[in-house]
Write a protein that binds this ligand. Structure first.
Ligand code: LMR
Length: 333
């Protein structure tokens, strides 16, 4: 009896010592990265690359969960979710920061402000890009990187050669006052709408047309519900990769260093593929033949520029004249 009790106690003690001796398996830190586009886009591929590298460079201490296609949240909700800590990382379009109260980012929406990716990179990879990120800090957000998508084309169910062709068309835009001014200048009726709702709105005629880089248009099948598109490349669409600042600052230093390394490499990768992804998407849409693509003649382009140029002055108070000047100075370098 006694022996049995002792043996039982010993077995218990052994089990206990085994439990105590076993190394504690720390639960990984979960980093939820929510976005609104398809996995097969520059942003979608950048997010997947970050996931892979982040887990590698933190030795599994961080588990990145990527949620594409507005699976978790739509445009406006995702920013609220980030501030509340329900997700830790996003890459919203630069056109979507106005509702946060940081209107300077709408400088990226000004028509014809960036003649090329190279000019744009002087802003996003230079001091102006850093200055813009500082403006996010008192919103509880830290900016980590700028990721490219590309230059936008205009689509509708009628050809858009000259500004007069926009008269009265309902055009879906992202939530940017600059884009609203752009569509008004063209004579269209702008309608703000979440990205996830655009395909159906085009299909049912709630809106007539929209603007987006080819990669977004193709991966959402918008070409199937737009008969015409103009290769106007009148404006840029790109992203800021942002994190909840409290989450980021609270990470162990070595873990944060691993994530920074992963982000730097994912950024090089995403920016390296963006143009090619858009070229491929455009070629694929041309191939399917659902949409007729139009080039602008020199004269038509001159008309777009003339009508859209006043948007720069009109929006100066909203964006900040100093921010616009800083961007123009950087691109002119
Ligand atoms: C849009 O809403 O059209 C884009 O911002 C979507 C995106 O994230 O590229």
């Amino acid at each position: 009896m006694l022996t049995r009790r002792i043996l039982g106690a010993l077995a218990g003690a052994t089990a206990l010592s085994l439990t105590l001796a076993a190394p504690a398996v720390a639960e990984p830190i979960v980093l939820k990265f929510s976005h609104v586009v398809a996995p097969d886009t520059p942003k979608g591929k950048g997010a997947a690359k970050f996931e892979e590298l982040a887990e590698l460079y933190t030795d599994g201490a961080v588990d990145v969960e990527v949620y594409p296609n507005s699976q978790l949240y739509k445009d406006k909700e995702e920013l609220e979710a980030l501030q509340l800590g329900a997700v830790q990382m996003l890459a919203p379009s630069l056109a979507k920061f106005g509702p946060l109260g940081v209107q300077d980012f709408e400088v990226f929406d000004l028509p014809f402000i960036f003649p090329s990716y190279e000019a744009l990179h002087k802003v996003t990879q230079g001091d102006v890009g850093k200055m813009l990120f500082e403006k996010l800090e008192d919103k509880g957000i830290a900016g980590l990187a700028y990721w490219d998508n590309g230059f936008k084309i205009m689509s509708a169910n009628s050809p858009l050669h000259v500004p007069d062709d926009f008269l009265g068309l309902k055009m879906r835009i992202q939530s940017s006052k600059v884009l609203e001014a752009e569509m008004n200048a063209l004579g269209a009726v702008p309608q703000v709408m979440a990205f996830s709702e655009v395909y159906q709105a085009l299909q049912t005629g709630v809106v007539d047309g929209t603007e987006n880089p080819p990669s977004n248009m193709y991966t959402q099948k918008m070409n199937e519900v737009q008969s015409d598109a103009t290769l106007s490349y009148h404006g840029y669409l790109g992203y800021a990769v942002i994190v909840n600042k409290q989450f980021w600052d609270g990470l162990p230093e070595d873990v944060r260093a691993g994530l920074e390394k992963a982000m730097a490499e994912a950024t090089d990768y995403a920016n390296g593929i963006a143009k090619e992804e858009n070229d491929k998407a455009l070629a694929a849409m041309m191939e399917t033949g659902t949409t007729e693509f139009h080039e602008l003649t020199d004269d038509e382009r001159a008309q777009w520029i003339e009508v859209l140029a006043p948007v720069h002055d009109e929006m100066a108070d909203r964006i900040g004249a100093d921010t616009i000047a800083a961007v123009k100075a950087a691109t002119a370098e």
